[in-house]
Structures are given as C-alpha cells and as structure tokens.
Design a protein around this ligand. Structure first.
Ligand SMILES: [Mn+2]
Length: 432
C-alpha cells in the first residue's frame, strides 16, 4: 500500500469570486457554493474518497484576520472530517495567515503547523505499516512581511542536516519565486533546486505551475479560482511517490474562468439569439474535454469573450455586447455557462462592390471573389483542381461537368485571405 498525498495551494477562506451576483440565483446557486469554502469542502471530500495519506496546505489558507472566525469554523470542520477518516492535516503559513493559522493550529489540535515562527522544520508524515517513510520540510511566515529569502535562514541547513536518509523529502513553502525584491519571502529557484529535496510545492502565486519532471518545483495555484483573472484549471494536486515522483492536478474548483477569442466570419448569424447560440457552441467545443472533470465540477463556467474578424453581422455583435450577463446565461448544458463580458474587436465587413471598382491589387482580388460567388472562371478552377488533385482527388476534369463545390470553396478562402492580407498590409503567411 502506498497512498498518495494531497497538496493544496492558496485557499483564501473568506473569499468569493466577484461579479457573478445576478447570475447565481437564476441557476439556484448560493454565492458560497462558488466560494473558497466550497473549494475546501470539495478538497476534503476528495481526500476522504481517495483515501489520501495526508493533506498538506501551502499557506494563505485564511484570507485575513477578519475572516478567521468564519474560516475557523470551516477549517476546523474539514480537519475533523479528515481526522475521523484517519487523514492528518499539515500546513505552513503564508503572508495572509502568518497570524491566523498559528492561532488556528493552537485551537484545533488536529492541524499540524510546520515551520512555526519562520524556522524550517522537518516533520514525518504519518503512514500505515508498509508505506514508505515520507518527511515534510516546511517554513511558515512569522509576520505578514518577510524580505529575506527564507532558505538563507540557518534553520534551513540545520533542518536538512537532520534529514532521515531512509525517507523521501517533500518541501512546502509559501513565497515569491524568482522575485528578489519581494516583501513576501523572495525564494531563489537555484537554492531550492540545490537542496536535496524530492519535490518543492509552493504557495502564493495563484497561477498553477506545470509541476512535471522527475523533481517538480513550482506553484500549486489557488484551489478554487477566486477572480476572473484566475483562468484555466484549478484544484489541489495528488502526489504519488512510487519510486519516482508523479503529480496530477485534480480540477475541483467550483468555478472556471476563461478568456476566449473568436473570429467571426461572413457566415456568422445575423440574429443576436442565433449568434449567441453559435458562440456558445464554439466555446463549449473549444473547452470541451477540459470541462469534463472527475469531481463533478465546475458548477459554473464564466467566459470573457473577445470577438474579432470582419463579420457581416456587426449589428448583432453590437446587440449582444449590450446585453446584461443574465441574458448571456446558458443553463442548458453541464456546466452552465455565462458570457460575463464581450469585448468587440470586430472591424467593418468588406464591401466587395466598392472595392471591385478600383484598379488596385485589392480591386483585382475583389473582382475574383465576386466571380467565384456567381460564375467561377473555368480556367482558374481547372488550374486549381490540377494542383490540388493529387491530395484532394475529386477526379474532376473540367468540361461540362460542374466543378466540385470544395474546390470553389478552397479558391474562395484563398482569395479572401489574400484580400484581407492586402487590405491589412500584412503578408499572407501572417493570416491564421
Ligand atoms: Mn500569499
């Protein structure tokens, strides 16, 4: 038996993602269901369901001192549930909870605070018979501001000198990686990587790192996304120590924020409702597989959308930009989705007739596009068919038989791209 550990980044109990107020009641959701508390509860559920060996918190568990009463209740309740399941909870304090977390550890004896008072400490992680020994090396913020690199404190080398040769060693610390002037425990990657530690898991920055390779070193990220800027997958990380070091992120964040850019073409729907439906489809298709998660999360997908391109349907774009988020809510599929903001970067559609009147390269291309619409020039089609026939293989040989529509479409796309490139003063290869 060798149970995984669960590493948990910034929780910030007391925080709720802003700006979704009016959408939630419509979905029958309470604000707390998308909050840091919900992310913590999902983490505890996961740890119990997966029979995790120990849960390790990397600091900023509590948002601030004024949140500690609410946070106490939830952290204590989760810790108790873990303890009842035989799962220990270890934690280091961050800049937000240098005061709150030690106080909490004093009141909730199941919380094992590691590296109290800014002194590095190695703590064995409890295990069952037959499980390999694993130690945790950790350091806790002694105050909200720490200007020195914690690894330069003498207790760092002292702790490492006392490490058990027989045990794997996991480092957990809250601080600012590769940011020498930081007030939040500047950490040198070089010094961390130089220590004989199997993996380093950091708290503080809310964007999760990649955490791959034989000796991972990086940020766990926030557990629940707390702000529209915290896009992508968020959640705790499972760590397996079977010979090597294997880490995987568990997407338990109750809310998922994304920024999506969509280029609208000529055929974008001209009716606002149809345009919205088409955008919903494109967004779900693009994010598709990453939305299907083990824990039944997220409860809500909130998208900030940027529209580009030269659509004919610019009036429809104008209209959907002006809608309230509530009117851009799509509760039909799991997860429900809201387009919380639309940025319109579309440009005027091309007026082919006006362009075609000019004796410029753009005019030449515009006339070709018009011709492809109504009466495709046979010679051009035959030349195109000859050059693409090798891989398209439609077998069309010209003459009286109508050309295959895909050849016409291919030519149309090529001519349109060339025209856009000429109009934008760009070279053709820069077109997507
Ligand atoms: Mn922090």
């Amino acid at each position: 038996m060798n149970r995984p550990l669960l590493l948990v980044g910034d929780l910030h109990l007391g925080r709720r993602p802003p700006g979704l107020g009016e959408v939630l009641p419509e979905l029958g959701l309470e604000p707390r269901e998308l909050s840091a508390v919900a992310a913590w509860e999902a983490t505890v559920d996961w740890a119990i369901r997966r029979e995790i060996r120990a849960v390790v918190l990397a600091g900023d568990v509590v948002e601030g001192l004024r949140d500690r009463f609410e946070a106490f209740t939830h952290l204590a309740r989760g810790t108790k549930r873990l303890a009842d399941a035989g799962i220990p909870l270890l934690a280091v304090a961050g800049n937000h909870d240098g005061e709150a977390l030690p106080r909490l550890a004093d009141r909730v004896p199941e919380v094992i605070l590691v590296g109290r008072g800014g002194r590095w400490e190695i703590v064995p992680i409890p295990g069952r018979d037959g499980e390999p020994p694993v130690d945790l090396l950790g350091w806790s913020f002694p105050a909200p501001t720490v200007r020195n690199d914690p690894t330069e404190d003498p207790s760092f080398e002292e702790a490492l000198d006392r490490r058990r040769e027989s045990a794997r060693l996991i480092g957990v610390v809250h601080g600012d990686l590769d940011a020498p002037g930081s007030r939040h425990a500047p950490l040198s990657r070089h010094r961390l990587a130089g220590a004989s530690v199997d993996a380093w898991f950091l708290g503080h920055i809310h964007v999760p790192g990649t955490l791959d390779g034989p000796r991972p070193l990086g940020y766990l990220g926030s557990v629940g996304a707390l702000d529209p800027g915290e896009t992508g997958v968020h959640g705790p990380w499972e760590l397996e120590l079977d010979g090597g070091v294997a880490v995987r992120q568990i997407p338990l964040s109750p809310v998922r924020f994304e920024n999506v850019e969509i280029e609208l073409g000529d055929h974008a729907p001209a009716e606002p409702d149809a345009l919205l439906a088409s955008l919903e489809g494109t967004i779900r298709e693009r994010l598709g597989p990453s939305l299907v998660t083990a824990g039944g999360h997220p409860r809500l997908l909130a998208v900030r959308l940027t529209l580009t391109g030269r659509p004919q349907a610019r009036r429809a774009v104008d209209e959907i930009v002006r809608l309230e988020p509530l009117e851009r809510l799509f509760p039909g599929e799991d997860p429900p989705m809201v387009i919380s903001r639309i940025t319109d970067r579309t440009r005027p559609a091309i007026d082919l007739e006006e362009l075609a009147a000019a004796t410029t390269p753009a005019g030449e291309l515009a006339r070709l596009l018009q011709a492809l619409e109504h009466d495709p020039p046979r010679e051009l089609l035959e030349a195109a068919e000859r050059s693409i026939g090798g891989w398209k293989g439609s077998g069309w040989t010209g003459g009286e038989i109508p050309p295959p529509p895909e050849t016409v479409e291919l030519l149309r796309t090529a001519a349109r791209r060339a025209l856009l490139a000429v109009l934008d003063g760009r070279r053709d290869e820069e077109e997507p």
